[in-house]
Design a protein around this ligand. Structure first.
Ligand code: ADP
Length: 361
């Protein structure tokens, strides 16, 4: 199959005075499974609809394999879209739902028969052709929606929150199935989700959107390890974020004056920092929790605090700890028999300095 690339160059879209997408630059590589991740209202669906041709941008270019498709109507784009609601025809059986697009394209009877059968087999519903959508589970309906979309051999597959109507276990299973199918077909796929775990576990790369502005593009690990700003740090995974000021470096060290906490010392590492306002970001699992007074190793940055609450999550316990005026989150890996540290107890938090990121906004 011919795998295509997709590129957005300076895409802008407004509804009246509302700017929904602002100067979006993005390139999705051929065969890639790409996620658009962001909170509700960030413009993800609009961007997807624009690729499908259901919305029009006012500025910029949209290219498939280098060719501008801006003026091409939806039916001529050869794009397949799967919706959250599945949008199956309730009065047609599964077979006719899947065959629909082929009939519309006036393909031969034989082609319709063999392609429909192949698509249903591909999603594991070969024996369900005669059923009505109402006689299927949510996961099965979603598979029909997928079969109906891939049967027309689209150049691009667009998925708009395809899993959000399914319960948790099924969601994980369907996410693996979709990923497997996508790999098998090698289809360039763009997947919209507000769920960071879903994006991180399925996508080759993802773009994070907030208020119509593209914040960062990268693999899950790149975004998690090196977020460019506080929004990405807080949206992809959980982050402790402390506002403050980077102070003038002295010798091999520099200070960070964290609001409500005080001046913290760091080695002058690979991160070249200008003195001035910054955000200190670090992950809860990079913080060690120790009872006050217990011996500690000097390689970490230690802060005194008081536990405000604990959530036992099985693999780990998540502590909320008041340090000065800041509330920090620290995850302790759990082992059988390990007692929980109760609210009100004094603790010390050991932060791995090498894992701290300083962000400029
Ligand atoms: P997301 O998919 O990230 O939840 P959407 O792309 O659906 O976000 O919407 C982004 C913003 O655009 C929202 O503020 C929404 O209200 C607005 N919007 C979307 N479609 C329309 C429309 N047809 N007319 C006016 N505003 C719209």
């Amino acid at each position: 199959m011919n795998k295509v690339s997709l590129e957005a160059r300076g895409i802008g879209l407004s509804y009246g005075a509302t700017r929904v997408l602002r100067d979006i630059h993005l390139r999705v590589e051929p065969g890639e499974f790409f996620a658009l991740l962001g909170p509700s209202g960030s413009g993800k669906s609009t961007l997807l609809r624009l690729i499908a041709g259901f919305a029009q941008h006012q500025s910029g270019e949209l290219l498939v394999d280098g060719q501008d498709i801006t003026g091409v109507p939806p039916h001529a784009r050869n794009v397949g879209m799967v919706f959250q609601s599945y949008a199956l025809w309730p009065h047609l059986n599964v077979w006719d739902n899947v065959a629909f697009g082929l009939v519309e394209r006036r393909e031969s009877r034989e082609q319709i028969r063999s392609k429909t059968a192949a698509a249903l087999d591909l999603v594991g519903l070969g024996d369900y052709g005669q059923r009505r959508p109402s006689q299927l589970s949510g996961g099965q309906q979603q598979r029909v929606a997928l079969a109906r979309t891939i049967v027309i051999a689209p150049r691009l597959l667009l998925l708009d929150e395809p899993l959000s109507n399914l319960d948790k276990n099924l969601r994980v299973q369907m996410r693996d199935e979709i990923r497997h199918l996508q790999r098998k077909l090698g289809l360039t796929t763009i997947f919209v989700t507000h769920d960071q775990e879903e994006a991180m576990t399925t996508a080759d790369r993802m773009a994070v959107l907030d208020q119509g502005v593209l914040q960062q593009v990268g693999t899950a690990a790149e975004l998690f390890d090196f977020p460019v700003n506080r929004f990405v740090a807080g949206f992809v995974g959980t982050a402790n974020l402390l506002d403050g000021r980077v102070l003038q470096a002295q010798g091999d060290t520099f200070g960070f004056d964290a609001q409500g906490v005080g001046v913290l010392g760091f080695p002058r590492s690979a991160q070249v920092l200008q003195p001035g306002p910054a955000v200190m970001a670090f992950r809860p699992h990079q913080v060690e929790v120790r009872p006050a007074g217990q011996a500690r190793d000097a390689s970490r940055l230690w802060l005194q605090g008081q536990v405000e609450g604990a959530e036992f999550m099985g693999e780990r316990t998540r502590y909320r700890v008041r340090v000065g005026q800041a509330l920090l989150v620290a995850d302790q890996t759990h082992a059988a028999g390990m007692p929980l540290i109760g609210a009100g107890q004094e603790v010390q938090l050991g932060i791995d300095r090498a894992q701290v990121r300083f962000l400029d906004r």
